[in-house]
Write a protein that binds this ligand. Structure first.
Ligand SMILES: Nc1ncnc2c1ncn2[C@@H]1O[C@H](COP(=O)(O)OP(=O)(O)OP(=O)(O)O)[C@@H](O)[C@H]1O
Ligand SMILES: [Mg+2]
Length: 268
């Protein structure tokens, strides 16, 4: 029995979303947002979601994180059903949710603290990451003293330093200028290529998704359903000059065309 269990656990995906549907209900109004979404994040893989604004991507993350209960479907981690359970993933929300009464360093260390290992070594590591993320000198500053992009970087760091194996990133670089964004992508890529955590990323950038991912899921407009799954064929380790290669440009064109076709179905 134990052997059977360990075999199935090692074969199981880190995160599996099966047939998730959800509608928001207010008074007599019903707003269907997720329509039978199924996707898989295999252990150690990088998976992205691209979809039109307002289609339901962040809502799906709230379901994965256990903050919202789906009307239908299940969430599995390592083959175990975990629908509605909280605290199992590292989650970087779309709007940085830093605690106003904690300084930057203490915000970044929060997940370590919850896991009971915010020791001196963890503080030193967090401090080094803060410097790399351009937040050196702001360790003792409170969130209201940081710009929007600085808050986003602090929130991203908190997610990276959290101990959970699965990390869900909701547009973590959306408030950053192009150069900082590209630094953070490179940094995430290097880190992921050495640590191989299982990542699910929401992004509006096709380039970002192609550079980072093994698989990309394209979502329809609301209610979101999976329109298409793209297996990204580029070898690793990947470098930014990949974006100039003909195969990259071709796939980028194809995804762009699919998304434009989906957007054009939207009522004006
Ligand atoms: N708590 C809620 N109650 C009612 N409606 C909600 C709630 N949260 C989200 N919605 C609605 O659900 C739909 C999907 O929202 P969601 O935030 O998931 O979109 P998104 O795909 O993440 O968009 P974006 O790319 O702009 O971040 C929207 O129409 C939104 O108004
Ligand atoms: Mg969103």
């Amino acid at each position: 029995m134990i052997i059977e269990k360990s075999i199935s656990a090692s074969d199981a995906a880190a995160l599996e979303i099966q047939g998730i549907s959800l509608a928001f209900r207010e008074r007599r109004q019903e707003l269907p947002v997720l329509n039978d979404i199924s996707l898989t994040v295999p252990a150690g893989k990088f998976v992205s979601i691209i979809g039109p604004s307002g289609c339901g991507k962040s809502t799906l993350f709230h379901v994965i994180g256990g903050q919202l209960k789906p009307d239908q479907g299940t969430i599995l981690m390592d083959g175990q059903e975990v629908t509605g359970q909280r605290g199992l993933i590292s989650y970087v929300p779309q709007k940085p949710a830093l605690f106003p009464w904690r300084n930057t360093l203490d915000n970044v260390l929060l997940a370590r603290e919850i896991a009971g290992n915010a020791n001196e070594a963890a503080r030193k590591e967090a401090q080094e990451w803060l410097v790399r993320a351009g937040l050196g000198g702001f360790e003792k500053s409170y969130p209201h003293m940081l710009s929007g992009g600085m808050q986003q970087r602090a929130s991203f760091l908190r997610g990276l330093l959290a101990p959970q194996e699965v990390i869900c990133l909701d547009e973590p670089f959306s408030s950053l200028d192009e150069l900082t964004r590209s630094d953070m992508q490179r940094w995430l890529l290097d880190l992921w290529e050495t640590s191989r955590r299982s990542v699910l990323l929401i992004t509006h950038s096709i380039d970002e998704a192609l550079l980072l991912s093994d698989t990309i899921y394209l979502f329809s407009g609301r209610p979101a359903s999976v329109l298409h799954r793209v297996d990204v064929p580029f070898a690793r380790p990947r470098r930014e000059n990949l974006a100039e290669e003909p195969g990259f440009l071709e796939l980028k064109r194809e995804i762009g065309a699919r998304m434009r076709a989906e957007q054009s179905k939207k009522p004006i």
